[in-house]
Design a binder for this molecule. Sequence first.
Ligand code: PMP
Length: 403
Amino acid sequence: MSTLLSTRPLDTVADFPAIPSGWAYLDTAATAQKPQPVIDAITRAYAQDYATVHRGVYQRSASMTYAFEAARERVARFIGAGAADEIVFVRGATEAINLVAHSWGQRLQAGDRILISALEHHSNIVPWQMLRDRTGIEIDVAPLTDDHRIDLDALEALLTPRTKLVSIAHVSNVLGSIADIARVASAAHAVGAMLLVDGCQAAPRLAVDVAALGCDFYTFSGHKLYGPTGIGVLWARADILAGMPPWQGGGAMIETVSFERTTYAPPPARFEAGTPHIVGALGLAAAIDYVESIGLDRIARHEDALAHAARDMLRSFNSIRLFGPDNSAGIVSFAMDGVHPHDIGTILDEAGIAIRAGHHCAQPLMERLGVAATARASFGIYNIDEDVARLAGGIEKVVRIFG
Ligand code: PMP
């Protein structure tokens, strides 16, 4: 394992003050730790530069507005958006998908169909079910291949002229499987459907170019990209956003208000009612600067090497069952015969290793895998070979305790 890694060490752990030496943080797929430049950007914004945006007539507010809008431009460049106005700041991917369901979803009617997949996070299932309850649409679910990727042949076979939207994860948070988004985009567009991509697990580790992917909506959360919680992104092409009605009403999203009639601001303001997470946006821009200064290619190679090493190590235990394909974007889910994942997680915690154990907000996927829960180790920029070695030691301890 170390030969693979030793050629390309990232050596970033010193940038992360909340990772003490000797602690193996293997839960980056849930949320990433924050590097000092992000913490500094947040501190500076609150301690030095703070003011509201868009409304103040004084200099400080104008500067903050400039920084906030520069963060939007930074995000647009990061994912290859056509313009900054195509970036809507939201709380996270969950809010982005709810926004699309409430706003864009208003055009759907009984008989229309939405196609998702068997590996989706609850945030890409439940908003569509709520929309189904409001409108009478139908939801189709593309199955998985034997190696736990979305079965794209089966997905294509489920597309019909009534399919109005395909909504799938770019990278699964449980399995690490990476979907061929460009292929899904052409298939969806061929029947006149739109494509929403949940990029929560992709944005931190794959270079995303929405134009090359050919999707219509793309979303991700800042906190998984080494940025703050409470800030995320919905991207959609300008013409799509322009045709969408607002979903939350209040300040900032209007053009004029009277008691008789209100007119709405153009996007993205139309979808950003209320005072936004100003500092969150600045922190997100700092996080993007940080990951790009390292290079997404290097991050992907680094995490792949660690995930491969972890898979090889886990395979050496007879009682362990691995989930997901070999090429799994830094994410390794597993189960151990006769041991509940929570027990694995607790014993590993005592050994200074933080993993996630549970259904990972993907209960239908657990059912498909035939388990109630899995243990999941997920790798980030700061992980090193030593973390895989620690995980191996922790797993040996679990085996010793449970025989
Ligand atoms: N989709 C995927 C694939 C995720 O991993 C997550 C977070 N676990 C979400 C959506 C939801 O993201 P958030 O909780 O930040 O809104």
